[in-house]
Design a protein around this ligand. Sequence first.
Ligand code: GLU
Length: 345
Amino acid sequence: MNPAAAPAPGPAAPPRGRLAPSPTGALHLGNARSFLLAWLSVRSRGGTLVLRIEDLDHPKVKPGAAGQAIEDLRWLGLDWDEGPDAGGAQGPYVQSLRRDRYRAALAALRAKGLAYPCVCSRRDVEEAQSAPHGRDPHSLAYPGRCRGRFATWEEAAAALPPDRSPVWRFRAAPGVSAFDDLVLGRRELDLARELGDFALARDPDGAGYQLACVVDDAAMGVTEVLRGDDLVDATHCQLALQAALGLPRPAYAHVPLVVAEDGRRLAKRHGDTRLRALREAGVPAERVVGLLAWWSGLAPFGAELRPADLLPGFSLARLPRGPAVLDARVRALLGVPEPAPAAPR
Ligand code: GLU
């Protein structure tokens, strides 16, 4: 389906990984840790890296943020072999310039009866759900109410008020989806029951995270995906898409997120942990890398290192599985002030 896809390397071939920042805000310590680990995993085995800018989330994409992400990653001491600034045979490396690929993939899914436009609101989905289920309360299994309802996106759009837009959904097959995560071990999910017909994209051309990620990972010859463990469910969606489109399956590694003392993932109110802010405050990149390494069980607390110092003996199998915590000791190390009190509910 994708003539531009790079040939899949054999088992002994060096890995090809990717760094895939979304230019929706500045990189912070949480993103930085995932990027460092993705870099180490691939570079420690002599592999190559692609930098891909994931700029499809339009209302949230900020002007200048892609350039800033590149600057932040370089400041940390990371590098890549292909990317918007480095060139390469599988470009362009900016998703907003690859819409034709997503349109073709969507057409292939539609031809197989596997994608359809949906007009349901969140409330419709809630009401259609017969029983509550024990997953993340933010995720609702979509029961397929709009399956077979509209022949085209335009027809679906016409059924909505002008301020709302349809969404493309994937027709999830029953059965258990499974993969062996390089960090978390075996992961299983009954996709149809737990997530239902998941959303592919909120864009008529299919230019949305799930479809774009799968199409690009294949086209760019990516053999290893390392990212935050908030994307484990997305991986099950992406495996289903790879199978439907006949694309190769990379190896997956999900690393725990960085959280604050309250156990929540880092947010603005936990203090300014943007790399740019740390750099401007005079924190050396080596101290930040040392902290990311300490969080990953790779260095003693307070070490100052370059990423390349961590290459010898690096192994994903030895990573701690618990979350990395931005606690008082880390704040003191970086000069990040105490968090503001949480907003009253
Ligand atoms: N663009 C996503 C992010 O910055 C990463 C998605 C992925 O690695 O698949 O969080």
